[in-house]
Design a protein around this ligand. Structure first.
Ligand SMILES: Cc1ncc(COP(=O)(O)O)c(C=O)c1O
Length: 399
């Protein structure tokens, strides 16, 4: 038998403080208790038939060996074309694009390519849970700036300009901006991105943007890439991927678009980390990116219907919902239920009500900040959302 414990001496100090991903843990809990899984952000409906067929064709045509390390040419060409069409950013597919195993790898490869020990990386909190560990793995220190929930229903999550400025200093190497944002649903405005741009220029800081929800927008919100702002093209790494736009989170295809020197560094790290992303799925990705504009309109429209299905169910169960303007999550306030913290509440929800959600504390450095928040994902079929709504009726708020 292999023993379960090893000598501490074998373990890296870097990972000593990492906890297991709470989001992926919630998915396992959902399976254990037969709960409706509104925790992890993966769709439970089929991916578009055209792109599944394209993947099958690529396998049948024997596109089954390593693609070019930094990405199949067809996919890089399609990425460059998309960035020009959607954001007016001119991209050279030979010099600026690195295709990775999901935007997850693109983010960590970028941070490894730019960080030195002692560098600081600014990020907003609540945050997508990978950014902190990614920075630590690269030797950098995360510095957090608060996004505050709207005081009135339908309002926006906002940051304090002074707080953001105070986070920048001589050690700041980069800022991570995720828009549309997980978990808040915030879509950063041009004016907010302008403030970030000004600080990046003043403090000579790189911007790393995570734009994987770029096409999932509601209520007339529009997405702006930070790289499209004056002065930012040569100091931005734009990260995106197939997962969310084409409902293929398991394909693991994402990319980083960056100035040439940075791209060379990212490509080297990527090569040593993973060699390359799945070759046949990159071919299918090129066809996905060529889908007509109608596809993206419908994608956003369908998500709006799902959002407007889940929010009333949550509200009538007693949650206060922060209405998202983008991405496919609802952050909620759970104070009405009178639980000591989000972990106890989520445990009750998964075990006794049969719905899995993510405790808010997993999105904050200090768990107390998220102790009365819980996140629900609505990238689900209407039957799934109906079943969740039916189960949520059993919840009792104290109001
Ligand atoms: C903000 C954000 N970035 C990245 C990812 C992961 O993307 P990928 O599947 O491309 O690795 C997620 C997944 O939930 C996410 O919410």
């Amino acid at each position: 038998m292999i023993p379960t414990t090893v000598h501490k001496h074998f373990l890296s100090d870097r990972v000593a403080h990492f906890t297991e991903s709470v989001i992926r843990e919630m998915t396992r809990q959902a399976m254990l208790h037969g709960a409706v899984n509104l925790s992890q952000g993966f769709p439970d409906f089929p991916a578009p038939a055209e792109i599944k067929e394209a993947a099958q064709r690529a396998v049948a045509a024997d596109v089954n060996q390593y693609a070019i390390t930094w990405g199949a040419k067809r996919l890089r060409d399609a990425i460059a074309l998309q960035m020009r069409l959607w954001q007016g950013i001119s991209v050279d597919p030979e010099k600026n694009v690195t295709v990775c195993c999901g935007s997850t790898e693109a983010m960590v490869a970028t941070l490894l390519a730019v960080s030195n020990i002692g560098d600081e990386v600014v990020m907003f909190e609540p945050f997508y849970e990978n950014y902190g560990p990614d920075s630590v793995l690269s030797g950098a220190k995360p510095v957090y700036v608060k996004l505050r929930p709207p005081a009135v229903s339908g309002g926006e999550w906002t940051f304090d300009q002074k707080e953001l400025r105070a986070a920048f200093g001589n050690s700041t190497k980069a800022i991570i901006v995720n828009t549309p944002n997980n978990p808040t649903g915030k879509v950063f405005t041009k004016q907010e991105l302008g403030l970030i741009r000004d600080l990046c220029l003043e403090f000579n800081v790189l911007a790393i943007t995570d734009e994987i929800y770029e096409h999932i927008l509601y209520d007339g919100a529009t997405h702006t890439s930070l790289a499209s702002l004056d002065g930012m093209a040569d100091r931005t790494v734009t990260i995106n991927g197939l997962s969310k736009t084409y409902s293929v989170t398991g394909w693991r295809v994402g990319w980083a678009v960056a100035p040439e020197d940075l791209t060379n560094a990212i490509r080297k790290v990527h090569d040593f980390l993973t060699v390359g992303a799945p070759a046949p799925l990159q071919e299918a990705g090129a066809e996905a990116l060529a889908l007509p504009t109608e596809y993206y309109k419908e994608l956003a429209q369908r998500y709006r219907v799902r959002r407007d299905h889940l929010i009333p169910a949550l509200e009538s169960a007693g949650f206060k919902c922060f209405r998202p303007r983008g991405a496919y999550y609802v952050m909620t306030d759970i104070r009405a239920f009178g639980f000591a913290n989000d972990i106890d509440f989520v445990r009750h929800l998964v075990q006794n009500i049969g719905v899995a959600a993510v405790p808010g504390s997993s999105f904050y450095r200090d768990p107390r900040d998220g102790a009365q928040q819980v996140r629900f994902a609505f990238c689900k079929k209407s039957e799934t959302l109906d079943e969740a709504a039916r189960r949520l009726r059993k919840l009792r708020s104290k109001n």
